[in-house]
Design a protein around this ligand. Sequence first.
Ligand code: KIV
Ligand code: ZN
Length: 507
Amino acid sequence: MANIHTFVTMNDKLYIFDTTLRDGEQVPGCQLNTIEKIELAKLLESLGVDIIECGFPISSPGDFKSVVEISKVVTSSRICALSRAVEKDIDAAAEALHFAELKRIHTGIGTSDYHIKYKFNSTREDILARAIACVKYARRFVDDVEFYAEDAGRTENEFLARVVEAVIAAGATVVNIPDTTGYCFPAEYGAKIAYLVNNVPNIDKAIISTHCHNDLGMATANTLAGVMNGARQVEVTVNGVGERAGNTALEEVVMAVRSRKEFPVHTDILTKNITKISHQVSSLMRMPVQPNKAIVGRNAFAHSSGIHQDGVLKNRESYEIIDPQDIGVNDSTITLTARSGRAALDHHLRRLGIVLGTEELADAYKKFLDLADRKKEIDDNDLYAISGISQDDIVQKIKLDYLQVVCGKNSIPMATVGLIIDGEKCSATCSGKGPVDAAFTAIRTLVHRRINLEEMLVQSITRGTEDNGIVHIQVENNGQFYYGYSADPDIVTAAAGAYINAIAKII
Ligand code: KIV
Ligand code: ZN
């Protein structure tokens, strides 16, 4: 552990260095083009990321261009470009960063014996000299130079400390201690950072950074051990994307630090934006997030056992350590399965506008258990059947009378929607980005309400083209969330039906 004196005098701001666009993007098949990188960089900036590593400019013209273009549009986060300990790499990084308001060059070399012997066929003394030279060279272009000691996780601590001391003396402002192969255990990685804190005389002139890979599933634990021992910058990626088993996940470190008040640091991340950026990274990189992924997985706030559901419905904190709203998720999910209790069934019936008395509920619960034993998950159609109330019984003030759309390649999508509101017929024609957007705009025009579409899920039961399209929708109005559902072989009609079903609940 770092000695207590160093620890208490240390800054409590934890810098978030995001490398989704560099280390994260090295995943095969997940490459992003410049426009996609700019979009993500802007989202990272609005998330409050301190440093955005945008690419490795010497590696390809695409990477070079991305660093240039992001440098022009992102102004509040620092823009970082990677290089090897090679002058032409550093030249390219400096040139690509030309337009950046806040800039950093990240340069370095392998320091473990594996790298020194097999990768460079060199000696420790030569590597030390090259490390010093690259930092001095990079400082000719920028004031902020970060040095990485590649494979520091497997570098002997004494030699690592010599390298770190020398590069700080040469002008490095940040020293990055990567566990490149994801080899370390948390106590070991924490001890490595503590060793540097206690044995590098000029360590107070630089910030220590963690950069952990997840090969043994330890990336977040190692990063937090690093922070506990004095690191004040963490290198992370959204959703933990990255080569092999990935990098440390941004959302895990940020929420761990925020959830455990005894942690000695804070970040400036606007956590409400986490879910949005997680979805965007997943969709642009075509990398689905595993459902049980901490913080951002689909099931991270879903409760399915009866005891947990009952507890959460009484008080969320019984089974949740994070408020889902803190990361931009509207609510916890209570999934209906054979293990759900009466409270969960009642909760879902009420969501559909069905309020049952005690006896009716007990009766519905029996039917529910019978069905849930045979079906994996119970949907809204099942709930209507179980309660004995049909969807039409819940008098919907708005009904879809007709819908006609024009769409296709090289045409402007248009929709004409006819509604019956409180028995009165009305219609509107609107254009949109696609037929669904056009239909939704027409519906909004007719109901005169500000309605935000929060989520839309389109499913088909089988793979056939004649199948029913099922659409689930969630909308927001005045801070309240409403759910709508519809099914139709025509997917646009199903979407319009679901939208109207949700709006009917508002009205
Ligand atoms: O994992 C690693 O060592 C790296 C360095 C280039 C920082 O990504
Ligand atoms: Zn890495």
